[in-house]
Design a protein around this ligand. Sequence first.
Ligand SMILES: [Zn+2]
Length: 148
Amino acid sequence: MLGRLTRYLRFVGLDTAYARGLTDHEVATWARTEGRFLLTRDRALAGQVEASLLLHSAALVDQWRAVRRRFPDLPTEVRFDRCTICNGVLTPHRPSGDRPLPAGTPEERVRAGLPLFKCQACGHLYWEGSHTADVRARLHAWTAGPIE
Ligand SMILES: [Zn+2]
């Protein structure tokens, strides 16, 4: 239900797990066992976990602002710390000259010194690009708005 919000929380470097295919009870147990704070749009589930926030809106910007109201120190800068796909840890990646980079990687810019970051879990590569700029602009716009 909160897949897009999950990606944005990972963009700012937060360790953000995403529950898929679990019952409410399993999610509640998982959150408690791992000491995680639960974000959910499910009122019944929120009622089962003390450390939780019920999000009312389906709109990403409203969800982001609701999380910021709860956590005023929420990071708002894009960091290359977490894989937005799987939550794995990213580390700087230096491509070896003889191995081709995956399709879509900006090879010329990488050879000119553009840093790459690699997910230690799924291998996905990240770099500063137009997508990152879009995400950063969105985060700044949301952060500039009122927390209410
Ligand atoms: Zn990954």
